[in-house]
Design a protein around this ligand. Sequence first.
Ligand code: SF4
Length: 369
Amino acid sequence: MKPQMMPQIKPRDYAKYPFIVIWEVTRACALKCLHCRAEAQYRADPRQLTTEQGKKLIDDIAAMEEQPLFVFTGGDPLMRPDLFELAEYAIKEKQLPVSMTPSATPKVTRAAITKAKEVGLSRWAFSLDGSTAEIHDHFRGTKGSYDMTMKGIQYLQEADIPIQVNTTVSRYNLHDLQAISRKVKEMGVVLWSLFFLIPTGRAQEKDMISPEEHEKVMKWMVRIAQEMPYGVKSTEAPHYRRVMMQERRTAGMETGSAPLKRVDMLGRAPQSVNDGDGFVFISHTGDVYPSGFLPVVCGNVKEQSIIDVYRNSPVMQTLRDKSQLQGKCGVCEFKTMCGGSRARAYALTGDYMASDTACAYIPSALRQT
Ligand code: SF4
C-alpha cells in the first residue's frame, strides 16, 4: 500500500450522528484473553441478534444522513455463520463502509479472507499484544495465537485488504511497545490502535499502567506517529489528543501536520470521539452502550432505532455535555477536546462523569501559583 496524504473528513455534529458504530455481532470466541472486555464464551448466546434483526440494525445505520464507520466486533465475528451475508448486505446493498476485528484462530483461512475481499471489506483488524509469541500468547490465553496472527496478516497482504493492528497497553507489555511498533511497520498496516486498559470484563485494575506511564507512552506515540508510515490512534485515552497538542506546540510542529502515510478510504475522526460522543456500541443482544467498555445500557435496538437511542438517551446526552464533568476533568482547559475516558471513570468510581484517573495532567485551575 503506497503512502499518501490522509483523506480529510468534514467536522461532524456528534450530538446528531456518531462517527463510529461498533456492533458486537457475537460473544462467541475460541480464545480466552486475559483482558477480554466481553468475557467471551465458546458458544454463542441464544439471545444474540438474528440475521433479520442484524439486517434491520444495518438498515437503521444506513438511514443516517451522515454515515458512520461500521465495525463488526466480538467475541469473534468469524464464529457467526451468517457473518459474510451481513457484511455483504451492509456493504453492497447499503453502501456502508465496514471493517471487522476477528480473532486469530483456525477460522482465519485464505478462503475467509478471499470472501472478505469479495464482499468489499474496508479494513481487517487483528490484535497484537506482544512482539513475540511468548508475550502475545500469554495475553491471548492460547498457544499458537501469535503464529495464526502472522499467517492471517500474510493472507491479508496477498488479498490487499487494509490492515489495522490493535494493541492493549498494560503492565505486561509496556516494555515491549517499541518492539511491537517495529513489528507493526513490517506488517504494512494502515493504522495502529493502542487501547489503554479499562478494568472491566476480565481485565483488572492491577493490569493498568500508572498515570505517569500513560503520559510517557503518549509522548512516545506522538513521535512514532511522525516517524512511522502508519497512523497511530488511542482508544479509551482521549488525553492522547491533549498530549499530541502539547508536544507539537513544544516541538514547533503545526497542529495537523503529518507525513505521508499508508491510508485506506476510511479516514480518521474529524474531532476527538469519546464514549457516547461520536462513538456508540451495540451488544450481541442488541443493548446499546456508550462504548463496549462502559456497560451502561441506554436502550435496545430490538425496540428502538440506534439513532434514536444515540441521540435521545439521557445517559448519552449527559456524556456529551462536558459541563457536567466532575473533578479535575470538570475544570480542565482541555475538557472539550478530551474529557477523559468515561469508561475508566465508571470502572473505577461507578460515576461515568468522574475524573479519568489515568491522566497525569494538572489543569491550570488547580495549579498552585
Ligand atoms: S484532566 Fe481530564 S480533561 Fe484534562 S487532559 Fe486529563 S483526562 Fe483530559
